[in-house]
Design a protein around this ligand. Structure first.
Ligand code: SAM
Length: 284
C-alpha cells in the first residue's frame, strides 16, 4: 500500500470516518521519497529503537519499520489508531501508542521497548508544537542517540544557526548544550496534504553521549539564556539585570568582559559555550 498516495490516504480516512484535524497539525506527506530519505538519514544503527511522534496514516512508520529493529509510534489522534492498525498490520516490529507526546512518560516507554537498543527519534512534527516537543525530548532524561525531525523551514534555520546570525535564538543556544544540529534537506509545501503555507526542512540533532558542557549551576545557565533572548534588543548587561535582579550590573559587566566580549554585546552573539562560561563567571 502506498501510504503517500492521495487516494489511498483519503480512502483510509473515509473508511475510518475521520477527516484532517488542523488542531493536531495534520499535514500528511504525499511525496514517497521524503519518508524514505528521512528513514535513511535519521539513524546510523539498524538495531535501534526508533520513537516516532505523530505517525498519521503511517508513511514514515512503514519506512522506519523496514530499516530498524523496533519502532514505537505515538499518535494523539484516536481516530487514526484503527487506520494504523490496518496499515501497520504486516510490521511485527511496530507498536502504536495512542497518547500525547507531551504527557507520555518517555523514559518508561523507552525502558519498556528498547531492551538495551540504542534509541533515536524520527518525526514529521506537528508545527503548532515543535519547540515544546523538542524541549520535552531533550529534558526527558532519555539518552537518545539522535533526533531527526521535519519542521517549518524558518524554524530549521533557527535551530541550525550560529551565534551572531539573525536566526540565532534561545532554542539554538539550548540545543547546543545537548548536541550538534544540522540541516538535512528542504521539503516543498507541495509534498503535503493539505499543503501548508510554507516549505519545511528536515534537521538532525546528534546528542552528545557524554555532556560536552558542565555549568556549575545548570539552572543559572538556562536562566541566562532565557533572559538574554527575552529582551533581544537590549544589550546583554541590560537584559540580564532587568530579568535577573539578584545579579548586580557590575558583576554582569565584569563577567561578560572576562569572556572577551565588549560590555555592549547583545545576547545573540554568545555561543552555548559562552553562556556556560558566563554562568560560571557569575558564580565566582
Ligand atoms: N507522520 C505523518 C506524515 O508524515 O505524513 C503525519 C505527520 S503530521 C505533520 C503530524 C502528526 O502528529 C499527526 O498525525 C498528528 O495527529 C500528530 N500529533 C499532533 N500532536 C501530537 C502530540 N501532541 N502527540 C502525538 N502526536 C501528535
Amino acid at each position: 500500500m502506498n501510504l503517500c498516495n492521495i487516494n489511498v490516504i483519503r480512502s483510509l480516512m473515509e473508511d475510518a470516518g475521520i477527516s484532517f484535524r488542523k488542531e493536531f497539525g495534520q499535514n500528511f506527506l504525499i511525496n514517497p521519497m521524503v519518508p524514505e530519505d528521512i528513514a535513511d538519514m535519521c539513524c546510523d544503527r539498524e538495531d535501534s529503537l526508533i520513537v516516532e511522534i505523530g505517525p498519521g496514516v503511517g508513511c514514515l512508520t512503514d519506512a522506519l519499520a523496514r530499516r530498524y529493529e523496533r519502532v514505537v509510534a505515538i499518535e494523539i489522534d484516536k481516530g487514526l489508531i484503527p487506520v494504523l492498525e490496518k496499515t501497520m498490520a504486516e510490521h511485527e516490529n511496530v507498536t502504536v501508542i495512542n497518547a500525547d507526546v507531551m504527557e507520555v512518560d518517555l523514559a518508561a516507554l523507552v525502558e519498556k521497548y528498547s531492551e538495551g537498543r540504542p534509541v533515536s527519534v524520527a518525526a514529521n512534527l506537528p508545527y503548532y508544537i515543535t519547540t515544546p516537543i523538542l524541549m520535552r525530548l531533550l529534558e526527558s532524561g532519555v539518552r537518545f542517540s539522535s533526533i531527526t525531525v521535519m519542521v517549518q523551514n524558518e524554524v530549521a534555520a533557527r535551530l541550525c544557526s550560529k551565534a551572531g546570525s539573525k536566526d540565532y535564538g534561545a532554542i539554538t543556544a539550548v540545543l547546543g548544550y545537548y548536541g550538534e544540529t544540522r540541516r538535512l534537506f528542504r521539503v516543498p509545501a507541495g509534498c503535503f496534504l493539505p499543503a501548508p503555507k510554507v516549505d519545511s526542512a528536515v534537521i538532525r540533532i546528534d546528542l552528545y553521549s557524554a555532556p560536552k558542557y558542565q555549568p556549575k549551576d545548570e539552572k543559572l545557565f538556562f536562566s541566562l539564556i532565557r533572559a538574554a533572548f527575552e529582551m533581544r534588543r537590549k544589550t546583554l548587561v541590560n537584559a540580564l539585570s532587568a530579568k535577573l535582579p539578584q545579579l548586580s550590573k557590575e558583576a554582569i559587566t565584569a563577567a561578560i568582559v572576562s569572556l572577551g566580549h565588549p560590555e555592549t554585546v547583545r545576547g545573540e552573539r554568545l555561543s552555548t559555550e559562552d553562556f556556560v562560561r558566563l554562568a560560571d563567571a557569575l558564580i565566582q
